[in-house]
Design a protein around this ligand. Structure first.
Ligand code: NAD
Ligand code: UDP
Ligand code: UDP
Length: 366
């Protein structure tokens, strides 16, 4: 298919009037769907910061205006309350399509298959009409409960099509299929990112994801809830690393899919240990050595934080046992890799979470 790009960098060849933002680059008009959410709002900051125009489309299902309020007076920023399930007409150069709740707590209770399918279809229709470049934020969940470890992009996955998580897993798989169909059939410039678990400031306080849960629970002096035996593994990526990866992918020539994640792998018990230690960092800088999970509760209490405890809870259905990205493709083709370790990233979340929890408590008159 013919390339629609008319830019010397940045991609997308939409119908917008463009002004230079620096040597060798024109200002782009960019849509970020789901831009009021956790990842989206950090991405918007990055795009505005480099001089582009950004239009956020969000229905505020899980996103918050507070995540973007610092941009409201910026003439290059626009916020539209809109559900991507409905069509929309805009003239843009690039589309970052993030709209879709990412937490199991949220997506299980709503028909997110429709958000993924209709929302992605509409954004692809828009990309096709205006010749914009389209980036889909897919997920490591497309690998399901993986039988291959670590997961490469060539792995086709092991997904339950009828389970509680299916609206998300299969929804994103369908979104990938649609994106590739529009790429092959209509010449849309498509980019696909498969994002692994990401954390950082502005995550929903109570969205049930493990890092936000542990940090919020410890601040509230509640026990950290470890599901199952805590031996299941995940890799955790700091949000600024992800944003760098998404922009690198959008600006590059490769369609993907690309795994974007931090290959450092932790069990949930090791994570609980690190979360608790974060609150004691100023007093005790010594890294906590890895330990057997049976010792963890005791050590968290006695050595790290006397008030931090762990409570075991039954695990949820279809919870993947292991997950760890193979990121060699992104390293090679996008020259991207994550830089922030969990030990560096976790403390950056804490002040944001502390402030929000404090405000919440004040709001309740506590
Ligand atoms: P989030 O829930 O904070 O953000 C999603 C945003 O989309 C919210 O602002 C929400 O209001 C908006 N939204 C939801 N449905 C919409 C609709 N129908 N129309 C318009 N807006 C809608 O989640 P996030 O963590 O920022 O995730 C962003 C994207 O990254 C999602 O597509 C998610 O699947 C993907 N992803 C995230 C992670 C992660 O660990 N955070 C991992 C894998 C993939
Ligand atoms: N669409 C949209 N904005 C546009 C162009 C299309 O929301 O600027 C929607 C359109 O309403 C349709 C979907 O995108 O539901 C797919 O569009 P396409 O043109 O590919 O399909 P068609 O309309 O021919 O079925
Ligand atoms: N988990 C946990 N305690 C919590 C929340 C989650 O032990 O309070 C576990 C969950 O069972 C899963 C892992 O942490 O094994 C990651 O869960 P999350 O919902 O953050 O992400 P996902 O399952 O989408 O990878």
């Amino acid at each position: 298919p013919p390339s629609r790009s008319t830019f010397n960098s940045g991609g997308g060849g939409g119908r917008t009037g463009r002004v230079p933002v620096g040597i060798g680059r024109k200002r782009l008009r960019i849509v970020v769907t789901g831009g009021a959410g956790f990842v989206g709002s950090h991405l918007v900051d990055k795009l505005i910061g480099r001089g582009d125009e950004v239009i956020v489309i969000d229905n505020f299902f899980t996103g918050r205006k507070e995540n973007l309020v610092h941009l409201f007076s910026n003439p290059r920023f626009e916020l539209i309350r809109h559900d991507v399930v409905e069509p929309i007409l805009l003239e843009v150069d690039q589309i970052y399509h993030l709209a879709c709740p990412a937490s199991p707590v949220h997506y299980k209770y709503n028909p997110f298959y429709k958000t993924n399918v209709m929302g992605t279809l509409n954004m692809l229709g828009l990309a096709k009409r205006v010749g914009a470049r389209f980036l889909l934020t897919s997920t490591s969940e497309v690998y399901g409960d993986p039988l291959e470890h670590p997961q490469k992009e060539t792995y086709w996955g092991n997904v339950n099509p009828i389970g509680e998580r299916s609206c998300y897993d299969e929804g994103k798989r369908t979104a990938e299929t649609l994106a590739m169909d529009y790429h092959r059939g209509a010449g849309v410039e498509v980019r696909i990112a498969r994002i692994f678990n990401t954390y950082g400031p502005r995550m929903c306080l109570d969205d049930g994801r493990v890092v936000s849960n542990f940090v919020a629970q410890t601040i509230r002096k509640h026990p950290m809830t470890v599901y199952g035996d805590g031996k299941q593994t995940r890799s955790f990526q700091y949000v600024s690393d992800l944003v760098e990866g998404l922009v690198a992918l959008m600006e590059n020539d490769h369609v993907g899919p690309f795994n974007l994640g931090n290959p450092g792998e932790f069990t949930m018990l090791e994570l609980a240990e690190k979360s608790a230690s974060t609150f004691k960092m100023s007093h005790k800088e010594t890294p906590i050595p890895c330990m057997k999970w049976e010792l963890c509760v005791q050590v968290v209490k006695e050595v790290i934080d006397p008030s931090a405890t762990i409570e075991f809870k039954p695990n949820t259905a279809d919870d993947p046992h292991k997950r760890k990205p193979d990121i060699s493709k992104a390293k090679e083709q996008l020259n991207w890799e994550p830089k922030i370790s969990l030990r560096e990233g976790l403390p950056r979340m804490v002040s944001d979470f502390r402030n929000r929890i404090l405000n919440e408590d004040e709001g309740k008159g506590l």
